[in-house]
Design a protein around this ligand. Sequence first.
Ligand SMILES: Nc1ncnc2c1ncn2[C@@H]1O[C@H](COP(=O)(O)OP(=O)(O)OP(=O)(O)O)[C@@H](O)[C@H]1O
Ligand SMILES: [Mg+2]
Length: 262
Amino acid sequence: MALLEINGIDIAYGKQVTVKDCTITLDQAEICSIVGESGSGKTTVIRAVLGLLPGGGKVTKGDIIYDGRSLLSLNAREWRKLRGHDVSMIFQDSGAMMNQTRLIGKSFVEYIRTHEKISKKDAWKKGAEMLGRMRLPDPDRIMHSYPFQLSGGMRQRVGIAMGMTYEPKLLLADEPTSALDVTTQAQIVRQMMELRDEYGTSIIIVTHDIGVASYMGDKIVVMKNGQIEDQGGRKHILEESSNEYTRKLIGAVPSLGGKRYV
Ligand SMILES: Nc1ncnc2c1ncn2[C@@H]1O[C@H](COP(=O)(O)OP(=O)(O)OP(=O)(O)O)[C@@H](O)[C@H]1O
Ligand SMILES: [Mg+2]
């Protein structure tokens, strides 16, 4: 049985149907990359999985099955239980999601303490340790900083650290590395792969970067105008697909010193 089945869903913001007939299945320990142009509905799809569509957003058709049960019928309490432990999300712009007037450490401690019974002191230690694992230098200083005192890339890594704290069974990552330099990006990508290899975490990663998408994804979903234009195994999408849009996307990958990423 698949861990996650997105079964033919439509998603509407108000009356406007934004995503149509989206079907994606994900096995345990499988990684799916979603690519596609800006505005094609990538964020909308993964937010729907976590029940975090912004105001007015709603799944109007189809179903989302996680671990055998429909997510669309969960109540607020069941959602809280699922988020963080089972399913966790790294947002497109973690920096903006953070409370700007609170120390990173305070936010992190609070996050940890909503998920387990642990003293503030131990939660602080755990948070700092996670920051270290994201290769953030001087974690204790970062814990004592406000979000605005960090660079965009550092804030993003703090968000990633939080999202990975509980080794979720399903990780939804929305452009997790786009604000980062290539070295840091490579480290974060490796860390996500490790999470999969060590804990069997399933991952959906949304990215503009075909290089990252094809490096990480066992399968790749190509979205366009709110619909799935093409999907399949990595090899199929990269080498065999005859879909014109897919070919165009792959063709647009910049080559570096004559060497292509994919
Ligand atoms: N809160 C909202 N209310 C109304 N429409 C929205 C809302 N959020 C997104 N949309 C619309 O839904 C469509 C898909 O947006 P979405 O953010 O899912 O795209 P995306 O593929 O993630 O784009 P990007 O690559 O730029 O992040 C867009 O047309 C957008 O205007
Ligand atoms: Mg997006």
